[in-house]
Design a protein around this ligand. Sequence first.
Ligand SMILES: Nc1ncnc2c1ncn2[C@@H]1O[C@H](COP(=O)(O)OP(=O)(O)O)[C@@H](O)[C@H]1O
Ligand SMILES: [Mg+2]
Length: 408
Amino acid sequence: MVIADLSDVLDEVFSSIVRSRIFKNRDILSPDYIPDKLPHRENEIKRVGSVLAQALRESRPNNLFIYGLTGTGKTAVTLYVLKRLKQKALELGVSVDFVYVNTRQRDTPYKVLSDIASSLNVRVPFTGLSTAEVYTRIVRALSRRKGVFIVVLDEIDWLVRRKGDDILYKLTRIGYDLPPGSTKVSIVGITNDVRFVEMLDARVRSSLGEEEIVFPPYNAEQLRDILWERAKQAFYPEVISDDVINYCAALAAREHGDARRALDLLRVAGEVAERENSKRITIEHVKKAWQQIERDRVIEVVSSLPLHAKLILVSLLNLTLLQPYTTTGELYTEYTHYAKSIGVEAVTQRRVSDLINELDMLGIITARVVSRGRYGKTRLISLAANREAIVNALSRDPRLSMLLRLNR
Ligand SMILES: Nc1ncnc2c1ncn2[C@@H]1O[C@H](COP(=O)(O)OP(=O)(O)O)[C@@H](O)[C@H]1O
Ligand SMILES: [Mg+2]
């Protein structure tokens, strides 16, 4: 009986998706799809292209450092230029190769080096060698080849923040370890963190930044063009309208002009429309999609916070049940109480202050400095993100679920 019901339900789900006339090709809106048109990036394409074009004359392109906020097209532009560069090199019969490593996914020097090695057809076991040995094998492979080899290290701040910049130092200097006449190596480093340069050793900064390109954020009009270009391929005609595209573009423009956000929004809005058996996407679908994305983001961010930041959030949830905001002092007292109750030592007020700043930057809370006359200054702290999503994320942590239950 139950089984029959369930399979009816599934039949319905399947056939509504199959019947759906929303997506012609949903993959076009997936985050790792590389489009063959990149509107409003002509300048950046030209600049990246002219730096790397040296490779076509078999001379070493300058190292290149690219930075800009997330979703400004850095990865897409770089991969697009490299793909075209490789085609051109083939036509001209010069040897140009590249390897792309995202160091947020490949988050140790060993993994980065083994990706570089395997792109040179050098086999490296998952573990067992020292990074120095892998480096030596890379040098050996490069000395046997000619032409130009470009190493792209994307989201490089992730690796450097955890493991330091030794590997960047090594790689930007690899030319000194190669005999004359062998492969010429250049490094392209990409980061979403515009303050990342401050973390680098001056020598690394100057060799990586032989050329620097900053990607500015998109404005609403530019996002609109980008969305239309993709939407035409992703959806059946009639599904989307100017209104919907403009609305997505406006929302994403408010979020520092992030094209990834804009495309996600359109994709999720399409999914919402599909679930509701609608023939077209409406503004209402976009609003629902926005809430869903925001909720998912909050859950993801909060789940990965360190324990003490989570304890601060538990305290803030409690203190803001009956009033809109609290002060740093109140929050600290509440926090020490919760820390004690689960048997961990509270961190200092100073550290709590730093954690409050971080939570503010992540958009989970808002901390506003106010003057209290002769009592000096304090900060008024309130929740910025959806309470229910925060509770949901926190209750996934077994150390906290007890506290949250008491809290309700
Ligand atoms: N000018 C553009 N035209 C079309 N799609 C774009 C453009 N810029 C970015 N995108 C798309 O937006 C998303 C984010 O771009 P990406 O290159 O990953 O940004 P970044 O690396 O700067 O964070 C990707 O799906 C990419 O294809
Ligand atoms: Mg990127």
